[in-house]
Write a protein that binds this ligand. Structure first.
Ligand code: AKG
Length: 279
């Protein structure tokens, strides 16, 4: 017998946009540790619905097809597809989730957030580690008010390589001048041990998501599970953030890609940077 599942789009959209009850202890944890993991933010219906569309786009747009043993460490870590919101109106509904954008604003203690960009990060079975790094090294943004939501589209056990964090590492000047790769993995792993950072490396339940600051050191293990680790992310920035003079080639590239209409010292309000939440 064929099972027919009816999709209630109104209910799905409502789940994406209703307020999440964020506790003060979760806000405090984020500010103290540079990340927070929140359970039951999205449910299976929402994740399955948008996950299927996102996965189709990843398959369609992926160009990282070399055999694993021929790839760089970075290319082994994941398939990475940017700004899917711009390519598909349903993915745009997901990326524009008010629930997630409001959490981002509350964690940072600011009145509103804009989109920097989104990215799907699919770690293939047999995919390698995501080396230690900070994100903001790549971004020509003048304040630390940036945060990424990491949304696994399935339950993510240890064998899939869940995202992991060095607690409180956003408070120190570590990993701010090094790009992600073999060197960052080696140097930052040593620095983390030397500085006695505690390490949060744990599975994600279905519906659990994490938020981490732009300066938080994070990594992920390899995917030995036999299944694809499907993850969608959105990067939010303070709605009042300004563009700073880029200090490395990646920041130059990001300026061109995500903020091309924006001038140095001006508000980052280009056509790719809509406000996603404003009090
Ligand atoms: O998904 C991963 O393995 C890494 C994700 C990451 O580095 C990020 O979202 O900033």
């Amino acid at each position: 017998m064929t099972m027919i599942t009816t999709i209630d789009k109104t209910s799905i959209l409502s789940k994406l946009n209703t307020e999440f009850k964020l506790g003060q202890e979760q806000v405090d944890f984020f500010r103290e540790n540079g990340f927070v993991k929140l359970k039951n933010v999205l449910d299976k219906e929402v994740l399955d619905y948008y996950g299927e569309i996102i996965s189709d786009y990843v398959t369609m747009l992926n160009r990282n097809n070399a055999p694993m043993e021929k790839r760089s460490t970075y290319d082994k870590a994941f398939l990475q597809i940017f700004n899917l919101w711009y390519k598909n109106d349903e993915i745009k509904e997901f990326v524009f989730s008010k629930k997630l954008a409001q959490i981002a604003a509350r964690l940072m203690g600011i009145s509103g957030v804009r989109l920097y960009h989104d990215q799907a990060l699919y770690k293939e079975s047999g995919g390698g580690i995501t080396p230690w790094h900070t994100d903001q090294y790549y971004w020509p943004l003048e304040s630390p008010n940036t945060v990424t939501v990491w949304i696994p589209l399935q339950e993510t056990p240890m064998e899939m390589g869940p995202l992991a964090f060095a607690n409180k590492s956003h408070k120190v000047d570590l990993g701010r001048t090094i790009e992600i790769g073999d060197d960052s993995e080696k140097q930052l792993a040593e620095a983390i041990t030397k500085n006695n950072f505690s390490y949060t490396n744990a599975p994600f339940d279905l519906g659990e998501v994490s938020f981490h600051s732009g300066w938080t050191l994070h990594n992920a293990g390899p995917n030995t599970s036999g299944d694809l680790r499907k993850v969608m992310t959105m990067i939010y920035m303070d709605k009042d953030i300004k563009l700073k003079l880029p200090i490395n080639k990646h920041q130059m590239d990001d300026w061109e890609k995500w903020l091309s209409m924006v001038k140095i010292d001006a508000l980052c309000d280009g056509p790719l940077n809509p406000i996603l939440y404003n009090e």
